[in-house]
Design a protein around this ligand. Structure first.
Ligand code: SAM
Length: 304
């Protein structure tokens, strides 16, 4: 069974992060996007293959004018136990002010640095202050925040502790993420890749206590003060997936089903095309079940 579905609702973004994997989206001429009803329909059917966690991502999801409607429809699905969004945080404060009743179990805010120059050198513009305000606003209204920090050898290795202290002060958690190589970021990757296993050695020493968390796919949780820290290893090759506990499917902004970040056309299923041609819920279920089966095979490496 698949546990998590990650849905990219737009390829558009206000930032231009030099490393961005775009959630596997490849530039196409089509500007067709799933509507809020289509997203809720897919998510509802996906609960039939075990999906209980939904993450909304982008591009920048808060750029979609109907994002509140998308979230509201998803929050009405009874079988979904964790609804979360990943955002760069620039428009977060405004969004939360305009939608005080929005339901979210968690907000992941991408934040690689607390230094303005470094922030601008990664994302192309300095909107750090807006992001920090967005994080504080979310925490102040009681929505749990997890900061997503990419670990970048030349950009922020010396800031890891500052980010931990910041998270503690504000009252949020952190996910440190290993950099994934893409077709477009090869040079940056060469300069900035840092093995997450090295950071984990540091976190083990830095943490007040350690715990293995089942709901986090048996990942280690490092407790520092009131903050919980997890790490996320880059997985982009079917061979690396073997034995993985993570049961994640993703839907890209152009309506394709994909696995992890595997950039291989053999593992891409079209969903938007068939849905626009009017397929039934049963047929959508068949596509999702096929994908779930393939995901299991990839994890067990039985056919490749
Ligand atoms: N715009 C939103 C944001 O900034 O969170 C959502 C989309 S962004 C692609 C989602 C997450 O992917 C961010 O936390 C970002 O740091 C991470 N990410 C982007 N490119 C990556 C890469 N090459 N390797 C690992 N993580 C990456």
């Amino acid at each position: 069974l698949i546990g998590s579905l990650r849905i990219s609702v737009t390829p558009d973004c206000n930032l231009k992060c030099i490393y961005c994997h775009k959630e596997g989206y490849r530039e196409t001429v089509s500007r067709e996007r799933f509507t809020p009803d289509e997203i809720a329909r897919i998510a509802n059917i996906a609960t039939g293959i075990g999906v209980r966690k939904i993450k909304i991502t982008g591009g920048e999801p808060l750029l979609r004018k109907d994002i509140a409607e998308i979230l509201r429809k998803l929050s009405e699905l009874k079988k979904i136990s964790v609804l979360s969004i990943t955002t760069n945080g620039v428009f977060l404060k405004k969004f939360l002010e305009e939608n005080p009743d929005i339901y979210l179990d968690r907000i992941n805010v991408s934040l690689d640095t607390l230094r303005k120059e470094v922030y601008a050198s990664i994302g192309g513009q300095d909107t750090l202050e807006e992001v920090l305000e967005g994080i504080k606003k979310a925490v102040s209204i009681g929505i749990p925040v997890e900061i997503n920090t990419l670990v970048l050898k030349e950009k922020n290795l010396d800031e890891i502790d500052d980010i931990i202290v910041f998270a503690n002060d504000v009252g949020c958690n952190i996910q440190f993420i290993e950099l994934i190589e893409t077709r477009e970021n090869k040079e940056f990757y060469g300069d900035n890749y840092y093995p997450i296993s090295e950071l984990e050695k540091y976190l083990e020493k830095r943490a007040d206590s350690l715990e293995v968390r089942r709901s986090k796919y048996d990942r280690m949780v490092y407790h520092v003060g009131n903050s919980q820290i997890v790490t996320c290893k880059a997985v982009q090759d079917p061979d690396e997936c073997s034995g993985l506990r993570c049961k994640l499917l993703r839907i890209t902004a152009d309506g394709k089903l994909r696995f992890f970040m595997i950039d291989d056309d053999r593992y891409v299923f079209d969903l938007l095309g068939p849905i626009r041609r009017g397929i039934s819920d049963e047929e959508i279920m068949e596509i999702l079940s096929e994908a779930a089966k393939l995901s299991k095979q990839i994890r067990q490496r039985s056919t490749i």
